[in-house]
Design a protein around this ligand. Structure first.
Ligand SMILES: *Cc1c(COP(=O)(O)O)cnc(C)c1O
Length: 384
């Protein structure tokens, strides 16, 4: 029997083969013009990103994490401020408020969508208000695995409490809600172009998307050390948070593929659903939401079943991953901040803790074939 073709967890090679010439030509142009930082490719990319999202402004920055940081710095968020965010997400979402001296308040997640639980958000806002020690300032909601948050409902809560809303769309670039792409649903949207994201460069990169011209101008200043209209006028404390020209050129070559790639991801998700939907909990899709399918995550009955399935997959030569094995409030780096965020100890976060024991992510990328998906599904079901 011949060995079956290897299945990648994320596949960046198949895509690269399609656009290798454009990428090399784009890099060559930059070697010639020599504007490695803030070159014309960055301006061009920003215009195309804004157009893709249907949004007013896109500002290229050095990573998704720096996008979050610049967005919070622009609001002046710091000591004494409470920033609400889900406990079940990547560490970057929580690290930034702490770096700025603010207090992260971890919120539980919904067991079906894996996104921030809005009832729990309201409960924690009320607790912080009652205590009166911290000022509720912002909510960072994550479109986890690519599925848009229920933004209309979240925005209603945020408006009632005067909170700044930041969409951490690092896993969801290209996702949409009610036909409107992410990028227009929050005051600002943080995007990551880390290589494995739905739109990825070949290094670190990110962007902030916003409808607000004033915010976009602030973001441009903050990413360049707080500079003013002229280069050596420093208006505010900023950072070195620029996107470089070579990464912008790579993204310019990739962006024309994205629409088709998003459709291919949705197709792969449908194949998974058909193969696995009766056996395990597959990702929820709710009316009006179009996931970007950045990561495909199933839920198994318990931790032992997950270990069995992972072992069977490994034996079959099929990669898998656990996003995430530990909720942020239990991470050594964040435990103390969590404990101190609400007097007497914050309420428990049972859903986030439970999901960490049972979630399993399967290969997901636009170049999966139906046969690949069938092989993954077979390995998943073997010892279920
Ligand atoms: C990847 C990711 C980030 C950080 O993006 P970087 O570009 O790696 O800094 C932030 N939040 C979430 C949810 C992510 O998945």
């Amino acid at each position: 029997m011949s060995t079956p073709r290897p299945i990648a967890f994320f596949d960046m090679k198949a895509q690269q083969a399609l656009i290798r010439d454009q990428i090399e030509a784009g890099i060559a142009r930059i070697l010639d013009h020599g504007r490695f930082i803030q070159g014309p490719e960055v301006d061009q990319l920003e215009a195309q990103l804004a157009a893709f999202c249907g949004a007013g402004h896109a500002v290229g920055v050095s990573s998704g994490t720096d996008a979050i940081q610049i967005a919070l710095m622009a609001e002046g968020i710091g000591p004494g401020d409470a920033v609400f965010l889900p406990a079940f997400t990547y560490t970057a979402t929580a690290e930034v408020p702490l770096l700025l001296g603010a207090t992260p308040v971890f919120v539980d997640v919904d067991p079906r969508s894996f996104n921030i639980d809005l009832a729990d958000l309201e409960r924690r806002i009320a607790l912080v208000q009652q205590e009166g020690r911290l000022k509720p300032r912002a909510v960072i909601a994550v479109d986890l695995y690519g599925l848009p948050v229920d933004w209309p409902a979240l925005n209603a809560i945020a408006e009632r409490h005067g909170l700044f809303t930041l969409d951490d769309a690092a896993q969801a670039f290209g996702g949409a809600l009610q036909g409107k792409r992410l990028g227009r649903w929050a005051h600002a949207t943080a995007c990551s172009f880390y290589p494995t994201k739905t739109l990825g460069c070949y290094g670190d990169g990110g962007a902030l998307v916003t409808e607000d011209a004033g915010r976009a101008e602030l973001y441009r200043s903050l990413r360049t050390h707080g500079e003013g209209k002229t280069r050596y006028e420093v208006l505010r404390t900023g950072m070195n948070g620029r996107l470089d020209s070579i990464q912008a050129a790579i993204l310019l070559a990739k962006l024309p593929l994205l629409e088709g790639e998003l459709q291919a991801r949705a197709q792969a998700a449908q194949w998974y659903e058909a193969a696995l939907g009766n056996r395990v909990q597959t990702p929820q899709q709710y009316p009006g939401a179009e996931s970007a399918w950045g990561i495909y995550t199933i839920l198994l009955p318990d931790e032992a079943a997950r270990a069995r399935v992972q072992a069977a997959m490994q034996q079959a030569g099929v990669p898998s991953a656990i996003y995430y094995p530990k909720p942020l409030h239990l991470q050594p780096a964040y435990r103390a901040a969590h404990a101190g965020s609400i007097a007497g100890g914050p309420p428990p976060l049972p859903v986030a803790e439970d999901l960490c024991t049972r979630c399993l992510s399967l290969p997901m990328h636009p170049y999966l074939t139906q046969a690949d998906v069938a092989r993954v599904a077979e390995a998943v079901m073997k010892h279920l």
